[in-house]
Design a binder for this molecule. Structure first.
Ligand SMILES: Nc1ncnc2c1ncn2[C@@H]1O[C@H](COP(=O)(O)OS(=O)(=O)O)[C@@H](OP(=O)(O)O)[C@H]1O
Ligand SMILES: Nc1ncnc2c1ncn2[C@@H]1O[C@H](COP(=O)(O)OP(=O)(O)O)[C@@H](O)[C@H]1O
Length: 170
């Protein structure tokens, strides 16, 4: 059965990089695949939402509903969103039922800050961004993740291969 692989974790954890690597694998196998990346959704369908807890909840709810539509069309869906709170994850699980597979991209905040691929942590330091996840906005450690990837140990490619082996071709 096709699934929604929900990659969650801090900004800079590696969600987008791993989702793109995974997408290449789906395409090479001739499988239909859609990536829903928080950063991209927030520029379009979710451009009216900010980073309050209520807005994040709505942001994630919409992603889950879009994922559901594509699952019904036979797509594999990869979501790459911070999804900071357990109630947001529970809601996605309720929407997607047994097609929801949660993968925690577990990268400590110190490593994310060091990587800082978009310069956002620097902007947080300079107090240009407030309510940043893991700094002054909460991130609950996932309690029910189906899989946990430690990106200190596994490269982007290795992480995608682990997900493939354990979730897609399982
Ligand atoms: N305050 C604050 N906190 C967290 N992230 C911030 C914030 N402001 C902007 N950004 C950028 O928004 C991206 C996260 O969006 P998401 O939709 O994944 O967030 S959430 O799931 O609704 O919490 C996130 O993208 P990623 O770095 O890919 O996670 C950032 O680029
Ligand atoms: N093992 C790894 N897994 C994922 N990303 C990694 C890894 N090692 C280094 N990186 C780098 O960390 C950064 C993660 O950024 P990104 O994928 O945009 O994260 P996110 O979408 O979670 O914010 C990228 O520059 C990526 O090349």
């Amino acid at each position: 059965m096709n699934k929604c692989i929900w990659l969650l974790g801090l900004s800079g954890a590696g969600k987008s990089s791993i989702s793109l690597e995974l997408k290449k694998m789906f395409i090479s196998k001739g499988l239909k695949c859609l990536v829903l990346d928080g950063d991209i959704l927030r520029k379009g369908i979710n451009s009216n939402l900010g980073f309050s807890e209520a807005d994040r909840f709505e942001n994630i709810r919409r992603a889950a509903e879009i994922a559901k539509l594509f699952l019904e069309e036979g797509y594999w869906v990869i979501v790459a969103m911070i999804t900071p709170m357990e109630d947001m994850r529970t809601n996605s699980r309720q929407i997607l039922q047994d097609q929801y597979v949660e993968v925690f991209i577990d990268t400590p905040i110190e490593v994310c800050m060091e990587r800082d691929p978009k310069g956002l942590y620097q902007q947080v330091k300079e107090k240009q961004i407030k309510h940043f996840t893991g700094i002054d906005s909460p991130f609950e450690i996932p309690q029910y993740a189906h899989w946990v990837i430690d990106t200190r140990l596994d490269s982007v490619k290795d992480s995608a291969e682990i997900i493939w082996k354990n979730i897609v071709s399982y």
